[in-house]
Design a protein around this ligand. Sequence first.
Ligand code: PMP
Length: 351
Amino acid sequence: MSSPLELARPEIRALKAYDHAAWEPSLERLHANELPWAASDDGMCEGLNRYPEPQPRALIERLAGLYAVPPECILAGRGSDEAIDLLSRGFCRAGEDAVIVCPPTFGMYAIAARIQGADVLRVPLQVAQDFALDEDALLQRCTSNVKLVFLCSPNNPTGNLLSEPAVLRIAASLAGRALVVVDEAYVEFAGQPSLARHVARLSHLVVLRTLSKAHGLAGARCGTLIASAEIVSLLRKIIPPYALTQFTIETVLRQLEPVRLEPMRVRVAELGAERAWVAAHLRDCAGVVRVWPSQANFVLVEFHDATSALAKARAAGLLLRDVRSQPGLERALRITIGTPEQNRRLLRALQ
Ligand code: PMP
């Protein structure tokens, strides 16, 4: 089987990574030009006068346990946004390579590609098939300059899971040709197993997870790229050495203690019940044309008059996401499931 690194930019493959200050906690640090004293009100376990451990081992092991993959398959960064950016920079040659995205979908895949100077090829999801992937069109579009295929499951902003057999067929067909990146930012809300279990077998599969959604840690900025050890090692050369702050490291280690995982699952179940309530009541609203089924923490809603719905929500103090610029969603808004009080306030405003 060919190595996924053959798809990477040759100059990144050849790059020697920055030699950051050695991490040897048993010795005292006179090698990193830090101040020897912590600020008097520095409340961290490790003082903020010190640079944090790059890709901290305890954090990587905790994430590996959470996602049930080996630690060498984990790269932790500032949200999955950073992982998307690293993939574009590591695999796409500016002015030559391209990525495939399947709109309507999360906008950062195309933005990261554009920043890198890569072309963006669009293979729309099939609106009439509940936003299913168009497998044949995607495989046809995947010419030799396509290095990354971004799939989002559950998809933002439509809320549907992509068919796992379809994703696996695409991954199998594209082995040696392009990386298939499955963004599972919302998968906890779908109650479905992650595709990360296939990474050991499919060296061209990359899975993105985040603590920003179900774990309620969007402000901590911690996302995880799960891929073959070769891909992880390559991307470690590009990520800034101290990407994760000491605040993030300590917060995430505390929040991911095993005792905290059960309360997280309870919150996700509550959110699922609230999502069903919101969807059912939205369907009864006069101004609503349809509410698409969702496996995420939001619902996509088509309105007769989306401008008026946005204004009514705003008058009730609530912001909704206008997704009307996306293909096939000309009258749609994305509504995040809030607290029961917020959801009821929204429903009153829209009725
Ligand atoms: N992927 C998807 C599908 C998203 O919706 C988002 C955030 N809205 C992200 C990735 C980025 O999340 P983060 O950087 O917080 O991990």
